[in-house]
Design a protein around this ligand. Structure first.
Ligand code: NJP
Length: 249
């Protein structure tokens, strides 16, 4: 499959790696996020198009979608976590923000591009949720709730689009070491962010998740990977992380 691919949250991490990978796969890639300078650099490198987008802002999404006359693939990747307090102490404003970006942002962008995804020969919608969309963990209440909601969005949309040539795919990554995800979660506290990955022998990289997106998208159009759960070998489950050497170096 080729054509026009839109990747949200493409200014860093998984989104950036996915944009690079899809460009290698032959897509004409539109990279979208708030930090336009980073997007312009990336677009220059991959021969794509950079467009500023705030998925939490209805007008921004509307203007964004107005710039397209074709869209074959949408990768809903913009998102993230804020805080790791227990439910009893967590800040409702952080929950609101996580819902605004992960859930409502994904909803808005998908609604805006759906007519084009339906119009072509066959469209694909990939949503990057998380293993937190399928399991809960202490301190992850708000993030898990948002990712569970994003999962519900993806599953419902697949049911509703049954009978139309649009694939709806959900990628659920476990622990991925990206530069900003944990830093954002812990409000810039680098020590706390580094502790997430401490002694984990090879967490997933952004490129690993991009390879999963590429794999799912590259299958023939009648093949729909409903959910692709991917973790590093060192993480057998949300709570089961091996810290220490794993591979022979
Ligand atoms: O995170 P990060 P990852 N409007 O912080 C953008 C999920 N995930 O790549 O707007 C538009 O590097 C932001 O761009 P900017 C995770 O939940 C991760 O690790 O310029 N875009 C940036 O490009 C998320 O859904 C892990 O600031 C907005 C991007 O989002 C996805 O994977 C594990 C925006 C975030 O990039 C990418 O995460 C897992 C807005 N309002 C799931 N707000 C993991 N890393 O461990 C933010 O299971 N962005």
């Amino acid at each position: 499959m080729t054509g026009v691919a839109v990747v949200t949250g493409a200014s860093s991490g998984i989104g950036e790696a996915t944009a690079r990978r899809l460009a290698e796969d032959g897509f004409e890639v539109v990279v979208a996020a708030r930090r336009i300078d980073r997007l312009r650099r990336l677009a220059g490198e991959i021969g794509g198009r950079a467009v500023e987008l705030d998925v939490t802002d209805a007008a921004s999404v509307r203007d964004f979608a107005a710039g397209f006359d074709r869209c074959d693939l949408l990768v809903n990747n913009a998102g993230g976590a804020l805080g790791a307090e227990p439910v009893a102490l967590s800040d409702p404003a952080e929950w609101e923000r996580m819902f605004a970006v992960n859930v409502l942002g994904t909803l808005r962008v998908t609604q805006a591009l759906l007519p084009l995804l339906r119009a072509g020969a066959g469209g694909t919608i990939v949503t990057v949720t998380s293993t937190a969309a399928a399991a809960n963990y202490e301190g992850g209440g708000g993030y898990s709730a948002a990712k569970h909601a994003e999962h519900a969005f993806s599953e419902t949309l697949r049911l509703e689009l049954c009978g139309q040539p649009v694939r709806v795919i959900e990628i659920l990554p476990g622990m991925v070491r990206t530069e900003e995800f944990a830093l954002n979660r812990f409000a810039g506290d680098a020590e706390r962010a580094a502790a997430v990955y401490a002694d984990v022998d090879r967490p997933l990289t952004a490129g690993d998740v991009a390879a999963c997106v590429s794999l799912a998208v590259g299958l023939p159009p009648h093949v729909n990977i409903d959910q692709l759960v991917v973790r590093p070998l060192a993480q057998a489950a949300q709570h089961k992380v091996h810290r220490g050497a794993l591979f022979h170096h």
